[in-house]
Design a protein. Structure first.
Length: 289
């Protein structure tokens, strides 16, 4: 049934959108790409898995501690990968974040092992049927968490002084510094916020697919970067729309074509956008001389 497949694609796209928003916040503010974002996503999933295993199914604590741990990781990555290299070429930060991602993957393998882990929930989440469409408890959780986080990000950026400072630093960090904005503090806060969203997305993906493994962040990091490019570099609304779109495309490809082609379609669309609309859905076209 097409409607049910679109519903499943919306679930997948919601998780893509959440991690892509975190990526877009970092990219839009610092104007730099972090290749460790996928591994922060993975770390959040493993923290939640550990909490559930120890506490015995307490998902609230799993979500809270995963978000806190991912945010703290973001602060550490910003300090070592960006702040200490502020005057270095941009490629230096890229290489450092690649190194950090490799360290994090190997650390996860040493701590939790290389095999896939499953969440010991011990009970079914149930389902609800509305107008012939079946919503599982995990799907409703994904929708609710994603909508709540996107709403909170909107309020933070548009309705608070902190959000104003973040937008000022994103537009012109030198002018913002002259006006009294603590640039280092804003960068750390933005990185923590974006990483926290990535860690939260890791928990949702781990719960939804009931699988957590050390290399799970590699492809998700690429998908987040792809969503940022499709939506327009640094655009939070664009990241949301592009993430939902990628989720729908992948789910329809799995349902009606071949599961092995899901990533092919996503990156083929990315290539087409780069060729014909490189600024993305919500980006502005700039002349390159």
């Amino acid at each position: 049934m097409l409607a049910q497949q679109l519903l499943n694609g919306l679930t997948q796209g919601s998780m893509y959108a959440l991690i892509a928003v975190g990526f877009a916040l970092i990219l839009g503010t610092l104007k730099l790409v972090t290749f460790a974002h996928g591994e922060v996503f993975m770390a959040g999933a493993f923290v939640a898995y550990t909490v559930v295993s120890l506490v015995g199914g307490n998902l609230l604590w799993a979500f809270v501690l995963a978000v806190v741990a991912a945010g703290a990781l973001g602060v550490v990555i910003e300090f070592f990968g960006f702040r200490l290299l502020r005057n270095a070429p941009h490629t230096s930060s890229l290489l450092v974040t690649i190194g950090i991602s490799t360290i994090m993957v190997n650390a996860a393998q040493l701590i939790w092992g290389a095999e896939t882990k499953t969440f010991p929930l011990g009970q079914e989440t149930g389902s609800v049927t509305v107008m012939g469409l079946t919503f599982t408890g995990l799907q409703l959780t994904v929708y609710g968490v994603t909508l709540a986080m996107i709403a909170l990000i909107y309020v933070l950026l548009d309705r608070t002084k902190v959000g104003m400072a973040i937008r000022a630093a994103a537009q012109d960090h030198e002018a913002a510094y002259v006006l009294g904005v603590g640039i280092n503090r804003i960068y750390s806060l933005t990185f923590a916020l974006g990483s926290a969203l990535g860690g939260l997305a890791g928990v949702l993906v781990g719960l939804y697919y009931n699988a957590v493994y050390p290399t799970m962040g590699g492809m998700m990091g690429l998908k987040a970067f792809s969503a940022c490019i499709l939506g327009g570099l640094g655009s939070v609304p664009g990241a949301v729309v592009a993430g939902l779109f990628l989720g729908e495309v992948e789910n329809l490809a799995v349902a009606y074509l071949n599961a092995g082609y899901r990533h092919v379609f996503s990156f083929a669309i990315l290539i087409l956008f780069l060729l014909f609309r490189p600024q993305g859905l919500f980006g502005r076209k700039e002349n390159i001389r």
